[in-house]
Design a protein around this ligand. Structure first.
Ligand code: SAM
Length: 262
């Protein structure tokens, strides 16, 4: 048995029925190229190898890498790497490719990882991830709700989000302190709201939500947003959580010159 490394967010799934449901949620066919993120001791991997012959595993813990190689041999490709730095293009074998990414993600990196993956969506067909329940709620939140924030806007611009099912801490060893939720993220063919310069959009959304209690007029003060908000018919006394993804795109386009100059 390998050691449990807290810094790698290691909580291993021990409920095989849940593992089967997670893999089943991805509806994988034998032609699909699948990347499992953080396979650990192989709870999901055991089901994945039965679905496809093109399976890639990205695991940071070298002890687990050795164990995965011993168990699955040449039926998988194992990458002993940090997924935050992983170039998913290296597993693309044919064009066009729509990779399936799947994983019971280490909770400490799930949000940064999803943000990184937004930059590689051209080769991703779907992502089925087990996440901390609170993160899943924030991802799928609607405007004007408590959980709607920067993460919701950034991800919903690019992906449809489905919350599939919840998983109790008892399904893992050791059990985490939080509940989990399995989600599916499916990239939109065209990002919601239409074209916008990425850096401008990222800056406006970040700043708008940086002080949740503040109105748009105050949170975006440095862009002098009054005229732009007025042109868009948005009340400058509103808070950021009232704006839809499309309104954020419109606002970023209106503020583009000021933002770019910063
Ligand atoms: N998939 C396994 C399961 O369901 O039992 C393990 C899940 S555990 C929550 C997360 C896994 O991700 C661990 O195996 C951990 O070593 C690995 N991991 C943590 N950080 C990583 C990173 N930056 N890159 C790749 N793998 C990572």
């Amino acid at each position: 048995m390998t050691r449990q490394r807290k810094r790698f967010g290691q909580h291993f799934l021990t409920d095989d029925e849940i593992a089967r449901r997670v893999v089943g949620a991805a509806s994988i066919s034998s032609q699909d190229t699948v990347v499992e993120i953080g396979p650990g001791r192989g709870a999901l991997t055991g089901h994945l190898v039965a679905c496809t012959g093109d399976l890639h595993l990205v695991e940071i813990d070298r002890e687990l890498v050795a164990r995965l190689k011993a168990r699955f041999g040449t039926s998988v490709q194992v990458y002993p790497e940090d997924v935050l730095r992983f170039d998913f293009n290296q597993v693309v074998s044919a064009e066009p490719q729509a990779l399936t990414l799947i994983g019971n993600l280490p909770y400490n990196i799930s949000t940064p990882l999803i943000m990184v993956l937004l930059g590689q969506l051209d080769i991703i067909g779907q992502m089925v991830f087990m996440l901390q329940r609170e993160v899943a709620v924030r991802l799928a939140a609607s405007p004007a709700t408590r959980d709607y924030g920067r993460l919701s806007v950034m991800v919903q611009r690019h992906c449809a989000i489905e919350r599939l099912f919840d998983v109790l801490p008892a399904a893992f060893a050791p059990p985490p302190k939080v509940h989990s939720t399995v989600v599916r993220l499916t990239p939109h063919a065209v990002p919601r709201g239409g074209p916008v310069e990425d850096t401008v959009f990222i800056n406006v959304v970040r700043d708008a939500f940086s002080m949740r209690r503040k109105t748009l007029r105050r949170a975006l003060k440095r862009y002098q947003p009054d005229a732009a908000l007025q042109r868009l018919g948005i009340d400058s006394g509103l808070r950021a959580e009232r704006l839809s993804v499309e309104q954020f795109v419109d606002l970023a386009n209106q503020l583009a010159t000021t933002v770019r100059d910063r």
